[in-house]
Design a protein around this ligand. Structure first.
Ligand code: PMP
Length: 368
């Protein structure tokens, strides 16, 4: 705390990212990074920019990320005007809260609608959402998931200033089918409210809503290259939706920082998006490892929530979450524990290589 902090800085409760340990001997299964390297085309594209000489870095990058957006558009069959690119999807999510969800009602509207409507998201979800809501001073309502962490989309068909959901959800890994989400999109469309679907983990086994963006002008899908493109270190994300939604995001970005994605990142990300064959292969491998490990842990008596992501959410039959976490860490395996209501006995375990997951299974067998 400092006397120089303003009221906003004093009132924040910042997000705490998973640990990035310097000890390389740890098996790192705590931040959902990809276990396999990015496509070789990424390094080639970045090297090609550097090979053009220092002149390339002397100049600002393209603020509109034109080539990167064109690569996204080609890959997903949309128009480049339906694409926004950002410095990781976290930045895009921060812009989403700033652009689409309403804070306190305008003074002139106060008599008609005295209470601001909240943004809706699940009680168990990506813990950055409430942080962004507080940053932008937006009221929120954390809608409880079912006992088994199933998300009932109809719970979000209520008045609000908008909805944001990850599909698959994090940290549970549970996914909904597109048909389960369509009534929610229609309900919120009638109420002129946006629905944002955070598809950070969709490429590991969930259906994407990208094909619905033309039919639903209130739908924005948000994506990252950190997970399924194995590029967490490059910091690139993108969003797809109606042109007017993209313009809303640009308005926030251009009131903040025009050059959010650097020149090397733009080139590397565009190259990654063009190598679908490579990523289909490694992502299928991650999904197969996930299913194998889930079955093995279930066989040992662990509770494993069905996952469509590159992580699993696991409860030990006999250990509290904090103990389970500490004992895996003593054995050199780092996972993520959220000390929060309802999930304090679960660990989120990212899917590593086959060998890393065999080591995890070995330790789990010894622990019970
Ligand atoms: N959405 C979800 C659900 C996530 O788990 C993450 C990763 N922590 C992100 C978005 C952000 O990813 P990035 O900023 O690396 O694109």
């Amino acid at each position: 705390m400092s006397v120089y902090w303003n009221r906003r800085a004093r009132g924040l409760s910042p997000y705490v990212p998973g640990e990035q340990p310097r000890d390389r001997k740890l098996i790192k299964l705590n931040t959902n990074e990809h276990p396999y390297p990015p496509s070789p085309k990424v390094a080639e594209a970045i090297t090609a920019v550097l090979a053009e000489g220092a002149e390339r870095l002397r100049r600002y990058p393209d603020p509109a990320c034109t080539e990167l957006r064109e690569a996204v558009a080609r890959r997903y069959g949309v128009g480049p005007e339906q694409v926004f690119a950002g410095n990781g999807s976290d930045e895009i999510l921060a812009f989403v809260f700033g652009a689409f969800f309403e804070g306190a009602p305008e003074p002139s509207a106060a008599s008609a609608k005295p209470d601001a409507e909240p943004v809706l998201f699940p009680d168990i979800t990506y813990s950055f959402y409430p942080v962004y809501a507080k940053l932008w001073d937006i009221p929120f309502c954390a809608v409880p998931l079912a006992e088994d962490f199933y998300l009932h989309a109809e719970d979000y068909c209520v008045p609000s200033c908008g909805v944001i959901l990850p599909n698959p959800n994090a940290p549970t890994g549970r996914a909904l089918a597109v048909r389960e989400l369509l009534p929610l999109l229609s309900y919120q469309l009638e109420n002129r409210r946006i629905v944002v679907i955070d598809e950070a983990y969709a490429a590991f086994g969930a259906e994407s809503l990208i094909p619905c963006v033309n039919e639903y002008p209130n739908l924005l899908t948000v994506h990252t290259l950190s997970k399924s493109a194995s590029l967490a270190g490059l910091r690139v994300g993108f969003a797809i939706g109606n042109e007017n939604l993209i313009e809303g995001l640009c308005r926030i970005r251009d009131s903040f920082n025009s050059y959010t994605v650097d020149r090397l990142a733009q080139a590397g990300a565009a190259a990654a998006l063009s190598d679908t064959a490579y990523y289909d292969g490694v992502n299928r491998q991650v999904a197969a490892t996930r299913d194998r490990v889930s079955a093995a842990l279930t066989g040992m008596g662990f509770i494993v929530i069905p996952s469509a992501a590159n992580f699993i959410f696991v409860r030990s039959p006999d250990m509290a979450g904090a103990d389970f976490f500490a004992r895996l860490r003593e054995r050199g395996i780092l996972v993520r524990h959220f000390n929060k209501p309802r999930i304090a006995d679960f660990l989120r375990i990212s899917i590593g290589t086959g060998g890393e997951m065999d080591a995890l299974l070995e330790e789990c067998k010894e622990l019970i």
